[in-house]
Design a protein around this ligand. Structure first.
Ligand SMILES: Nc1ncnc2c1ncn2[C@@H]1O[C@H](COP(=O)(O)OP(=O)(O)O)[C@@H](O)[C@H]1O
Ligand SMILES: [Mg+2]
Length: 273
């Protein structure tokens, strides 16, 4: 067994697969400083299916990039599978990314001139094992997402939903600890969205841990838990049933408040007469 480097979490009993503490990310563009994450805490257990929601610019993609080891936080701690990722060097981080993370993007991010099979094989370029083994694994992954009959098609010969399936096959190829999807259905119609969600649910039922960024309530409804971000912090973190109830309550309160305001205005107007 390979010994992995990187310091261990102080509490080995903690069950979280992902734990971030006081995470901050500051972008500097010219003279401007942008606080994309402002001290974010989050823990995700193995085999959870979590939706991340929040308005545009609230820090969702920044958080996903941190969780996916695509970028580093400015400060704070990130433990993935008990290893302190925030302290790792670039090559160690690349290795963690390859072994532990599967990433799915809104825009699919496939190579246009490569076939579905070649796109899926990509993460195995640096993997051990021969050419034949790689091909078999890629074919099995395409089969698993229902594209066993489209392996030689290039992206422009596939529908949007099929392209996203190729991207999902590529993401699950290395059996990642966590599958991160940043608005994976943002470019898809509602029927295709439902099909992709069914695939995520199937992967989840087979044990996959999944984090999905979405604007769509229908997508979040497939998850067990909803984390809402605002201004780079966690605004709420609730089981789906409570999140839905909370949102209804909020809209009922807003309706009552505006009805009261109207009633007061009318009463005020009446008194003035
Ligand atoms: N690479 C970057 N460089 C500079 N600013 C960025 C970068 N990425 C995101 N931002 C800024 O950080 C904030 C959060 O962005 P983002 O995480 O993309 O939000 P979301 O995904 O919730 O829409 C925004 O104000 C955005 O403009
Ligand atoms: Mg985003």
């Amino acid at each position: 067994m390979r010994v992995k480097r990187g310091s261990r979490m102080p509490d080995p009993g903690a069950a979280a697969l992902i734990e971030v503490r006081a995470l901050t990310k500051i972008y500097r563009v010219g003279v401007e400083t942008i606080h994309a994450l402002r001290g974010l805490d989050l823990a995700i257990r193995r085999n959870e299916m979590v939706a991340i929601m929040g308005s545009s610019g609230s820090g969702k993609s920044t958080l996903m990039n941190m969780l996916g080891c695509l970028d580093r936080p400015t400060s704070g701690a990130y433990f993935l599978n008990g290893r302190d990722v925030s302290r790792m060097g670039a090559s160690e981080l690349a290795q963690v990314r390859n072994e532990e993370i599967g990433f799915v993007f809104q825009s699919f991010e496939l190579l246009p001139r490569q076939s579905a099979l070649e796109n899926v094989e990509l993460p195995l370029v640096y993997a051990k094992g021969g050419w034949r083994g790689r091909r078999q694994r890629a074919l099995a992954a395409l089969d698993r997402v229902g594209l066993g009959n489209r392996v030689d098609h290039r992206p422009n010969q596939l529908s949007g939903g099929q392209r996203q399936r190729v991207a999902i096959a590529r993401a699950i190829l290395n059996k990642p600890s966590i599958l991160l999807a940043d608005e994976p259905t943002g470019n898809l119609d509602s029927q295709t969205t439902a099909e992709i969600l069914a695939l995520f649910r199937q992967l989840h039922a087979e044990g996959q841990t999944i984090v999905i960024v979405t604007h769509e309530d229908e997508v979040a409804a497939h998850c067990q838990r909803v984390v809402r971000l605002r201004d780079g912090r966690v605004l709420s973190d609730l089981p789906i049933a409570q999140d839905v109830a909370g949102r209804h309550l909020e809209s009922v309160r807003a309706t009552v408040a505006s009805a009261s305001a109207v009633a007061e205005a009318i009463a005020g107007g009446g008194a003035a007469c």
